[in-house]
Write a protein that binds this ligand. Structure first.
Ligand SMILES: Cc1ncc(COP(=O)(O)O)c(C=O)c1O
Length: 453
C-alpha cells in the first residue's frame, strides 16, 4: 500500500510534476495555505485558520462550497451505478438539464451543447456561429477574457495571454467595449459570423456597460446577419442577480456560454445554449450527428451537479438575494472607502463587484506607488490581495485584465455579517496603504523579490 506523503513534500512533488511557478507565486504572496474543509463562504485550513472566500474560484462557487444538497445528489448518482459515458445512448440527465436551462434562459434558446469548461464552450460557439452564417470573421471586445484554448485566446486582445503560442485564429477583430459606433462599422462589412461579449466584463475590471448598449448591439447584429454570443461563464447562474446577466439588460442573444457555477463547484460542466436554427446548421443530417461532440460532455455526474445546483440556487432564492445584497455591499463599501484617494470607484451588479484603485495625488504616496508599479503593473493589487489574506483571512483576487481592480465576488450564500467583515477588512488595508510607511516598505521588498525569481 502506498503511503500519503506529508503536505510539505506534496508541495514539492506538485512543484516537480505539475507547476513549480504556481507554488513559488503562492509562497511569495504568503497564500500557500492547506485547506482541510470548505463550506458555504468559509475555508478552514489545517493550521486552524478560518478564511472567508470573496473570490468563489472566479465565480464557480455561487451555491457555496460543498453545498449539502449538491453533495447528496452526486453521492446518489454514484450509488445508482447508472450508465456513464457510454457514448451509445440518449443520456436522460442531459435531457433534463437541457430542458431546465433552456426554460430558464428563454428568448429562443432551444438547444444545448454540453461541455466540460468555459473555453470549450467558446470554441463550440465559434464553430456553430461560423457554420450558421458561412462567415469566418469574429468580433470581440477589448479587455475580454474568454479562456485559454487557441480559439478563445484569439478573442482576447492582451498579448500577455497569447504570446509564444504561435499564430492564433485569423479573422478576429477587437472593438472597444461599450462603443456602439465601432461595432456598427465592423458589422457593416458583413464579414463577421459572431460578436462575442461578456455582458459585464469580469476579468476586464468588472465593467458594466450602459443600460442600452447590449440591446443596441443585438439590433445591429440582427441587421447585419451576425450572431450575438454572450459569454456568461462568470456572469450567469444568478451571479449578477438574474439567471443570465442578459435578462437584466433585456437582451436576447443567439448563443449563450455557461460554465463555472453550473458545476456546483464540484464537477466540471459547461453548456452552450442556442436557437434551434443555429444548432441545425451543425447537426444538419444523420451523417453529421456527431460532427461536434465531446467525450465528457453529457456525463451523468456533471448533469446531476448542474441539476442539483440549479435546485439550490432557485429554491434558496439566490438570484433576488444576490441582487439585494450586492446593492447593500457596494453601498457599504463605497461609504467605507470614500475618504481614500486611491479608491476610484466601487461598481458592479448583483454579487459581482469591483473596487478600482488609482494612482494617488499626494507626492509622498505617488512616488511609492509609481516605483512599485514600474516593477510589475500587478504588484499594487497583489499586495492588497496578500494583505487581505495574511492579515485579514479573506481570499480575494485582482482582475486578470485590469490589475487595478480588486474583484469582490463571494458565494451567493454569503451572510450580512461576512459582508461586514469584508468591508471592515478592506477599509483597514486601504487605510494602511494610505497611512503606513510599513505598507510600502514591505510591498517594495516583495516587488524586488518578485522581480528576482
Ligand atoms: C468570461 C469567461 N469566459 C470563459 C472562461 C474560460 O473558462 P474555463 O476556465 O472554464 O475554460 C473564463 C474563465 O475564467 C471566463 O471568465
Amino acid at each position: 500500500m502506498s503511503t500519503v506523503p506529508a503536505v510539505q513534500s506534496l508541495n514539492s512533488i506538485y512543484a516537480q510534476h505539475v507547476n513549480p511557478q504556481w507554488v513559488r507565486l503562492l509562497e511569495l504572496l504568503q497564500m500557500n495555505a492547506t485547506y482541510e474543509r470548505c463550506t458555504g463562504a468559509e475555508l478552514f485550513t489545517t493550521s486552524g485558520r478560518r478564511i472567508l472566500d470573496f473570490l468563489s474560484g472566479y465565480c464557480v462557487h455561487n451555491a457555496g462550497h460543498n453545498h449539502p444538497a449538491v453533495v447528496a445528489a452526486l453521492k446518489d448518482e454514484l450509488d445508482r451505478s447508472g450508465p456513464a459515458m457510454l457514448q451509445s445512448h440518449v443520456p436522460e440527465l442531459a435531457a433534463q438539464l437541457a430542458h431546465r436551462l433552456t426554460s430558464l434562459a428563454g428568448g429562443g434558446m432551444e438547444r444545448v451543447f454540453f461541455t466540460s469548461s468555459g473555453s470549450e464552450g467558446v470554441e463550440t460557439a465559434i464553430k456553430f456561429a461560423r457554420a450558421h452564417t458561412g462567415r469566418a470573421g469574429l468580433l470581440y471586445a477589448e479587455r475580454a477574457f474568454h479562456g485559454l484554448s487557441c480559439g478563445a485566446l484569439s478573442l482576447m486582445g492582451d498579448p500577455f495571454w497569447s504570446q509564444g503560442f504561435g499564430p492564433m485564429l485569423p479573422d478576429t477583430t477587437a472593438v472597444p467595449f461599450g462603443d456602439l459606433d465601432a461595432v456598427e462599422q465592423k458589422l457593416a462589412t458583413r464579414r463577421f459570423a459572431a460578436l462575442f461579449l461578456e455582458p459585464i466584463q469580469a476579468e476586464g475590471g468588472i465593467r458594466v456597460p450602459e443600460p442600452h448598449y447590449l440591446k443596441a448591439v443585438e439590433r445591429l447584429c440582427r441587421r447585419h446577419g451576425t450572431l450575438l454570443v454572450l459569454d456568461e461563464v462568470q456572469t450567469g447562474m444568478y451571479r449578477t442577480g438574474r439567471f443570465l446577466a442578459a435578462h437584466g439588460f433585456g437582451v436576447e442573444p443567439d448563443i449563450v456560454v455557461l460554465a463555472k457555477a453550473l458545476s456546483g463547484g464540484l464537477v466540471p460542466v459547461g453548456a452552450v445554449l442556442m436557437s434551434r436554427a443555429v444548432s441545425e446548421s451543425v447537426f444538419s443530417s444523420l451523417k453529421r450527428a456527431l460532427v461536434h461532440a465531446s467525450t465528457f460532455g453529457e456525463n451523468g455526474l456533471a448533469m446531476r451537479a448542474g441539476l442539483a445546483t440549479l435546485d439550490v440556487l432557485e429554491h434558496e432564492g439566490m438570484g433576488p438575494r444576490a441582487l439585494r445584497m450586492g446593492i447593500e455591499l457596494r453601498r457599504r463599501l463605497a461609504e467605507a472607502l470614500a475618504p481614500y484617494e486611491m479608491v476610484k470607484q466601487v461598481r458592479g451588479e448583483g454579487m459581482l463587484s469591483g473596487i478600482e484603485f488609482q494612482a494617488p495625488r499626494q507626492m509622498r504616496l505617488r512616488l511609492a506607488f509609481s516605483s512599485f508599479r514600474a516593477v510589475h503593473p500587478a504588484m499594487f493589487g497583489q499586495v492588497m490581495v496578500m494583505r487581505m489574506f495574511r492579515d485579514k483571512n479573506i481570499l480575494t483576487q485582482i482582475c486578470g485584465n485590469d490589475f487595478l481592480v480588486l474583484k469582490v465576488a463571494p458565494p451567493l450564500v454569503v451572510t450580512e455579517g461576512q459582508m461586514d467583515e469584508f468591508v471592515e477588512a478592506i477599509r483597514d488595508v486601504v487605510d494602511l496603504a494610505h497611512n503606513s510607511a510599513g505598507f510600502w516598505t514591505e510591498a517594495i521588498g516583495l516587488a524586488r523579490r518578485a522581480s528576482n525569481i
